[in-house]
Design a protein. Sequence first.
Length: 405
Amino acid sequence: MQKPKKLVIIGGCGHVGLPLGIVFANSGLDVVLLDRDQAKIDTVNAGKMPFMETNALEQLGRVVGKKLVATSDPSCLRDADSAIAVLGTPVDEHLNPTVTDLYQSIDEVIARMPENALLVLRSTVYPGVSKLVYERLQASGRKIHLSFCPERIAEGKAMEEIRALPQIISAFDPESLARVRALFSIINEDLIELDPLEAELAKLFTNSWRYMNFAISNQFYVLAETYGLDFQRIYGAVTHRYPRMKSFAKAGFAAGPCLLKDTLQLSAFSGNNFFLGHSAMLVNEGLPNFIVNQLRQQKHLRDKVVAVLGMAFKSESDDTRESLSYKLRKLLMVEAKEVLCTDPYVVDRKLVSLDDAIQRADVIILGAPHSAYRDLHFGSDKVVVDVWGFWPHQQQAATGGTSAS
């Protein structure tokens, strides 16, 4: 099977598309990143990253303007033999998946692609959507090969994981499967073949499992702390040299653009019979409420200044999508005298400096365990809430800090 020569990545300047495009370009393919965000397009074409991603900047610099370019002009699709669409199915206000925008975008893409081109759906879709897109293709009379190949990278580790982790590929016919195998073998030889519906569920199972795994830890955290016990001591005891607890995640905010959304999609697909998923949502989304309730019972929040350290949805990230730190801020704004928020990576005019937050706060809550916070020390007058177990217990004891978590 002849390898492709030109690849267009639709939604190519985002967290999924850009790292993938950089990897393909560094493997010798001519890559065009098609996007609607002109600011991101200009940033990428200038050889800069629009978001944090380990080792991406160096690899972008090798190919930008040579093997890789970003554009908002959809005419780039007309001579592309392959395209990867990073277009998912969002969840509406009723927590149900919506596919209208996806269909519209795919129809526009198909209309511009040449005959016999390969179209790969890359982002999470509601189970069965790939088949519906395939049927629309069949009805249109166009000869476009369709594939679904879910991404499974951890944000911030994409440059490493795209090549290191096995790639799941799927298609509706042998020729399309051969085409997508030829495409992804350029960057990774470890390919796993599934049927499209299996591949769609594999993606949802992966994110839902992680979400439920975090929920177990957060539920145990709530149980321990409700009875005034130190969850981190218990966690350390049960995980120390005990292999059967290796998968026991640490407690903390389970957030971001994928985990909750994909659990909701799996729930909708199950006819709302995904009871473990429902419970996980209640636990994870309820953790900020638990923290505020605990503080309300122990301290007079109305007279307290509270600081939230870390507004990104996870450590070493500038991504605030679905961050529970922002939910926590909203809850605290109702209860506390003042709420101060800070983050070394997030650009937000409402944020204050770290020094200002620590100096003025009566209560300090760790929202995201950024490495920049590792060696912080607090006076004995500060109440410290560390759900993550990021600051060792002995450090708080040594500094006289009190853990309210």
